[in-house]
Design a protein around this ligand. Sequence first.
Ligand SMILES: [Zn+2]
Length: 264
Amino acid sequence: MKKTVFVFLFSGLLSSCATVPLTGRSQLAFLSNQELQSLVNEEYTKALKTNEIVTNSDEGKQVSAVGKKMAVAVEKYLQEQGYGDLVKDLDWEFNLLKSEQVNAWCMPGGKVAFYTGILPITQNETGIAVVMGHEIAHAVASHANERMSTGLLVNFGFAAVSSAVGQNPTLTQEVFLQSVGIGSELKMLQFSRKHELEADRMGLIFMAMAGYDPREAPIFWERMAAASGQAPLEFLSTHPGPDRRAERLNARMPEALKYYEDSN
Ligand SMILES: [Zn+2]
């Protein structure tokens, strides 16, 4: 981590609130997306080296195609809603990695990875769109930034954050990995449940915007829940499932269906 990053980080504390698109929720976010980007580039490259990249396979091309289709729809919506600055910081990348892990994640700026282990549960293009919408929502809602901002404050305290972070690059990295759902130990479960609910809600709308039937989402999450009965799933350890997920999604369905109708 470069020292300049933390000068920015500290000055950023003064203007530390942002608004989440679509839900309108206020959030703590004192890192700028550019500041996060150096961490993202480092960790994304590392993640791609850890597993074989199979994006050129038929399944990989499908994952990538779904991602690109959704990115176009989401960016159009964000532009219309006055979030042009957010769109400028998005630089999408969609990869499929060979791994038995049932997982998928999206780093800030839109660096998405699916593991082949999740494909038996997504089953088809619409299933991929459910997970893709949820992951894209984490990036669009700047959840990693919010969790990292909160995590740094929890670990270092408000006043000490500037000097302490520079001396603890390992901990900074650890906080980052937890923030994007790669770390295995979740110390910020409470925040992540809030984020899961928000990502579910936004993901449902995003898939509908891209022309995927949102009514498939509760069905997909039921398949995910059933699979977790057979073995612990990485996805559910990094994305803890909100209670009554299907019920909550169905409550949002009329809104999602309006976007779905407009997309056709
Ligand atoms: Zn999630």
